[in-house]
Design a protein around this ligand. Structure first.
Ligand code: UDP
Length: 320
């Protein structure tokens, strides 16, 4: 298949690009490099530096079979301060992409949605039909695109899948020695920050909230390895059905607390992780765990790599 990957110079997009190429697909990456890195794009992919509103030429020049759409802004706290950036980039930008796809007869898309579309849910695990009440403009922007995809699928025959990620971690290390992983200029995620603290490259890690109603008082999240996530994208490309919009959670179905993640970081690195207790981060729910039965049913997908593999692959990537 010839696949256009938007945001293919970012963390998840670069891993998925490498996996698509390894499975023999032809890949065209577009990325505006606002947060991505040109050298994260596998050399076998064609690369165009462009924003998602500028894709008409690319779609016109290449007979693209499907689009994997990762390009988006993804910092929850930034979205609260600057919602316009999120509504413009993530929503208006995606509508422009969908219209360019229609104009050029490209009728298949897999969209990078998020567990942030659900917001603070009380019933665990979270199924895809749970209420969607996002607690940030970031989550709202992902939900808005999911709603648009449902309309475009129904009216225009688009084949669309929204993959709702839970907490993605880890890196891809290929047999040829190349690696793809997380290199955010502004890092907010627990595992990379804990690895930096363990390496002595940063301040002690702040544990955001120790008084949650969870077994050890810290937040529980569902972590998924980026290589498992990439595998689900490749499967979704062929599972998408014309005229249908399918929503699929991607998580492991198990939760780990912040303290359990820190314990995994200690075990994998053999280092201590300096920490300090801090107040809760606004908008963080106590517990988020995916129900992943739909991923199994629709994509024949199940996660194969656990928390230790995520931490050790991320650690190897940062030590490169
Ligand atoms: N977290 C933390 N300290 C940090 C970063 C994150 O305690 O420096 C906690 C955060 O409150 C959440 C969990 O780690 O409970 C995962 O946060 P992350 O930002 O990695 O992902 P999110 O769940 O927000 O998508």
């Amino acid at each position: 298949m010839r696949v256009l990957v938007t945001g293919g110079a970012g963390y998840i997009g670069s891993v998925v690009t490498a996996e698509l190429l390894a499975r023999g697909h032809d890949v065209i990456v577009v990325d505006d490099l606002s947060t991505g890195h040109a050298d994260a794009v596998a050399p076998e992919a064609r690369f165009h530096r462009a924003g998602v509103t500028q894709l008409s030429d690319v779609l016109g020049d290449w007979s693209v079979d499907a689009v994997l759409h990762f390009a988006a802004k993804s910092l929850v706290s930034e979205s609260v301060q600057h919602p316009a950036r999120y509504w413009h980039n993530n929503v208006t930008g995606t509508i422009a992409l969908l219209d360019a796809m229609r104009a050029h007869g490209v009728d298949r898309i897999v969209f990078s949605s998020s567990a942030a579309t659900y917001g603070d849910v009380s019933d665990m695990p979270i199924y895809e039909d749970a209420p969607t009440r996002p607690t940030s403009p970031y989550g709202a922007s992902k939900l808005a695109v999911d709603l648009a995809l449902a309309d475009y699928a129904r009216a225009y025959g688009l084949a669309a899948v929204s993959l709702r990620y839970f907490n993605v971690a880890g890196a891809l290390h290929q047999p040829d020695g190349r690696s793809y992983g997380e290199r955010h200029a502004t890092e907010t995620h627990l595992i990379p920050l804990a690895l930096r603290a363990a390496a002595g490259d940063s301040e002690p890690l702040s544990i955001f909230g120790t008084d949650y109603p969870t077994p050890d008082g810290t937040c529980v999240r569902d972590y998924i390895h980026v290589v498992d996530l990439a595998d689900a994208h490749v499967r979704a490309l062929t599972a998408a059905i014309a005229g249908e919009h399918q929503i699929v959670n991607l998580g492991s179905g198990s939760g780990y607390s912040v303290r359990q993640v820190l314990q995994a970081v200690r075990a994998v690195t053999g280092l201590s992780v300096p920490v300090r207790d801090a107040s809760r981060r606004p908008g963080d729910p106590a517990r988020l765990v995916a129900a992943n039965t739909r991923a199994l049913a629709l994509l024949d997908w199940r996660p194969t790599r656990g928390l230790d593999a995520m931490v050790s692959d991320a650690w190897a990537f940062t030590r490169r």
